[in-house]
Design a protein around this ligand. Structure first.
Ligand code: BTN
Length: 272
């Protein structure tokens, strides 16, 4: 059902085989609706942890909060990875942060770019922040039972004609570096680092993920105000930290409040 691996990915996977182990089981498609959909179907059919899907183009790429993810051919890395059925690594909130750290460190390692994280897991760069990549975690299960999680990573690799609504706050690795980059080393780094994050969580070392996240996300805790909705009312506060469960800690009217993923719009350093 998948397409043959393109030579760049085949060579990179073969070279990294020993390091990747089960995370080297990669399916490639020239075109899909969403790599997350393909990975969710594979997980539901029993595919093991580490099974991954890359596509050259997504017809219906999904972003967080019901948004679409702009996925033109060859312009981005569209990668989805299955994480552990029965022994899923730690709480989903920490896996979500760990996946953001893995993707940010992968891009930084391959390109040298000073990538930052905007909570929960947007990869951003520059001032004002421009979005380079995003992570969407979706789970497979019955009712409240989670059997597996699909970590979907979308990275803007090439300069592209972004839709008007994102054009002023999106960027790409190529735009930031001033030269094109190969996707294969970024795929390998994402898989290796995601595997590392999963192992860390499974070892019960969630605070290591939080520390790594703070290293990349600290700029947002200096001067950034955030907005969120609370029982139909818009509220504002200053982002101060994340806690060890991965929640955003916000100072609001002299009190510290915890916000969970998906609720927040950042006002400064970014256009969310
Ligand atoms: C976000 O809104 O920031 C998350 C974007 C996640 C996009 C990736 S691309 C690969 C995977 N497949 C999808 O449909 N979405 C994720």
């Amino acid at each position: 059902m998948s397409d043959p691996l393109p030579p760049d990915l085949a060579a990179a996977l073969a070279a990294a085989d020993a390091r990747l182990g089960p995370f080297g089981r990669l399916y490639y498609f020239s075109e899909v609706d969403s790599t997350n959909d393909v990975a969710l179907a594979l997980a539901a059919a029993g595919a093991p942890e580490g099974t991954s899907v890359v596509a050259d183009l997504q017809r219906a790429g999904r972003g967080r909060r019901g948004r679409s993810w702009f996925s033109p051919p060859g312009a981005g890395l569209y990668l989805s990875v299955i994480v552990g059925a029965a022994q899923r690594a730690g709480p989903l909130s920490l896996l979500t942060l760990g996946a953001g750290v893995a993707a940010a460190d992968a891009v930084a390692a391959v390109t040298g770019l000073p990538v930052e994280l905007k909570w929960p897991n947007d990869l951003v760069i520059g001032r004002p922040w421009r979005k380079l990549a995003g992570v969407l975690c979706e789970s497979v299960g019955l009712g409240a039972r989670v059997d597996a999680v699909v970590v979907g990573i979308g990275i803007n690799l090439r300069t592209a004609a972004y839709p008007r609504e994102i054009a002023d706050h999106a960027t790409s690795v190529e735009t930031e570096l001033g030269r094109p980059v190969d996707r294969a080393p970024i795929v390998i780094e994402c898989l290796t680092r995601l595997q590392g994050a999963v192992d860390t969580l499974r070892d019960g070392r969630g605070e290591t993920i939080c520390q790594a996240w703070r290293r990349l996300g600290r700029a947002g805790f200096e001067q950034a105000s955030v907005r969120w909705h609370d029982e139909g009312r818009e509220r504002r506060g200053m982002a101060r930290d994340i806690d060890n469960a991965g929640a955003l800690v916000v100072e609001c009217e002299g009190q510290m409040e915890r916000l969970i993923a998906g609720e927040v719009t950042w006002d400064r350093l970014s256009h969310d």
